[in-house]
Design a protein around this ligand. Sequence first.
Ligand SMILES: Cc1cc2nc3c(=O)[nH]c(=O)nc-3n(C[C@H](O)[C@H](O)[C@H](O)COP(=O)(O)OP(=O)(O)OC[C@H]3O[C@@H](n4cnc5c(N)ncnc54)[C@H](O)[C@@H]3O)c2cc1C
Ligand SMILES: *[C@@H]1O[C@H](CO)[C@@H](O)[C@H](O)[C@H]1NC(C)=O
Length: 214
Amino acid sequence: MTKLASCLWVTCPIIIGAGPSGLATAACLKKKDIPSLILERADCIASLWKLKTYDRLHLHLPKQFCELPFMSFPANFPTYPTKNQFFDYLESYKNHFGLEPVFNKTVVSAEFDHRYGVWRVVTLGPEQEQIEYVSQWLVVATGENADEVMPFIEGMCDFGGPILHSSFYRNGRSYQGKDVLVVGCGNSGMEVALDLANFNARTSLVVRVEISDN
Ligand SMILES: Cc1cc2nc3c(=O)[nH]c(=O)nc-3n(C[C@H](O)[C@H](O)[C@H](O)COP(=O)(O)OP(=O)(O)OC[C@H]3O[C@@H](n4cnc5c(N)ncnc54)[C@H](O)[C@@H]3O)c2cc1C
Ligand SMILES: *[C@@H]1O[C@H](CO)[C@@H](O)[C@H](O)[C@H]1NC(C)=O
């Protein structure tokens, strides 16, 4: 059951999400002496990187293209840092700017109240407790792939084996000698297929055909 909302007026911008974008936004505001309130549904920063990535993941782009404002990667990091190095960097970034996200706060709605010219942002906590934060400014930094998208594929209900989204894949250890089909050949699909092959799975990769009119 949902407990009734308590209401908190906030005199600074609210930022939803403590991933790289939310942290960077808060740091840029801090540089201008503007505090902010970061609301994060997980109980850690960069939950995508910490909780939803496979073991062998490194940055897919050279590090100079992935650093956040006002703080470079340590010089001893390789060109393609590991996911743990990237996470450590984000942790030091957070500490360097003294950012203190409020964890375990899932934003369930954000509405602009035209009468008072404020945002009403409602969060749900682990005990189903609701808090309504009210602020003039809102930044949404909830990510474009923080939530997995599992397509419906005809026949998948009848398939006997396990079906996994890449955000739940860690490594190929349990797939040794098995037939595995990887659907999609973006960065994750390609790398997961390679990882499976390295673990001696019998891996196939399906690639969608783009049908064009011309
Ligand atoms: C396998 C993989 C490899 C990648 N490699 C690279 C790379 O090499 N370089 C690169 O720059 N990018 C890479 N990316 C892209 C990745 O999206 C970015 O690195 C980065 O994580 C985006 O940051 P973000 O803060 O915008 O979003 P996210 O990291 O997704 O952070 C969003 C945060 O918002 C929180 N949140 C979401 N909804 C709510 C809610 N309702 N209430 C409260 N909190 C909420 C989430 O818990 C999360 O912590 C990769 C992504 C994947 C999946
Ligand atoms: C977040 O919620 C989990 C599970 O309810 C709890 O174990 C953890 O201590 C909480 N963390 C914070 C920072 O509130």
